[in-house]
Design a protein around this ligand. Structure first.
Ligand code: IMP
Ligand code: MG
Length: 193
């Protein structure tokens, strides 16, 4: 894919390779939306996302789901390296609605080690939802430390740091409509600022 330099100027300049084009992403979204609509028909599922990385995915996903759904969000603090090793995160925003007896579909942008996801899933399980499944747009298997069952996965990705489609490096690049690799100098450029 040719990156639209006119449109994304300085941001696109930092990308060395596009791994997933907007077209590929949309085609996969359509497939997942269809599956979820079929599996959850009549169940009024609650889609739960963790801010901020998931915002683009969840916004696109609910628009390809054709059954009634509700959406709620949590936010977690960025963790210290020590806490992160144990998979511990601090909830800075909890869900607005109770999930007891609800069919909850946890939406993740990216699963890497699985630590964050595992911690949040355990937290939600304690509230006794009727069911709890996970839908992840991107999955990297190489660094997985905890086994978390993923019911729906958009794309398997290599163990490389990617940006775009909601994923950031230091809060930048979330608005790129594709997923790409950052040039090494882009990592440096941002850390110099
Ligand atoms: P983990 O599964 O606990 O290691 O954490 C996954 C989280 O780390 C994701 O929700 C992202 O916020 C972040 N993350 C992991 N890999 C990447 C990447 O390649 N680009 C951007 N963020 C990433
Ligand atoms: Mg995230």
């Amino acid at each position: 894919m040719d990156i639209d330099n006119q449109k994304f100027g300085a941001l696109a300049e930092d990308i060395s390779e596009v791994l997933l084009t907007p077209g590929q992403i949309q085609a996969r979204l359509d497939e997942i939306g269809e599956k979820i609509s079929r599996d959850y028909s009549g169940k009024n599922p609650l889609l739960v996302g963790v801010l901020k990385g998931v915002m683009i995915f969840i916004a696109d996903l609910i628009r390809v789901i054709t059954i009634p759904v509700e959406v709620d969000f949590m936010a977690i603090s960025s963790y210290s390296p020590e806490a992160r090793d144990q998979g511990m995160v601090r909830l800075v925003k909890d869900l607005e609605s109770p999930i007891t007896g609800r069919h909850v579909l946890f939406i993740e942008d990216m699963v890497d080690t699985g630590l964050t996801l595992n911690y949040l899933i355990q937290t939600l399980k304690m509230r006794h939802p009727a069911s709890l499944e996970v839908c992840a747009m991107f999955n990297k298997n190489k660094l997985r430390l905890v086994d978390v069952p993923l019911k729906y996965v958009g794309f398997e990705l290599p163990d490389r740091f990617v940006v775009g489609y909601g994923l950031d490096h230091r809060e930048r690049y979330r608005n790129l409509p594709f997923v790409g690799l950052l040039k090494p100098q882009a990592f440096k450029k941002i850390s110099d600022q």
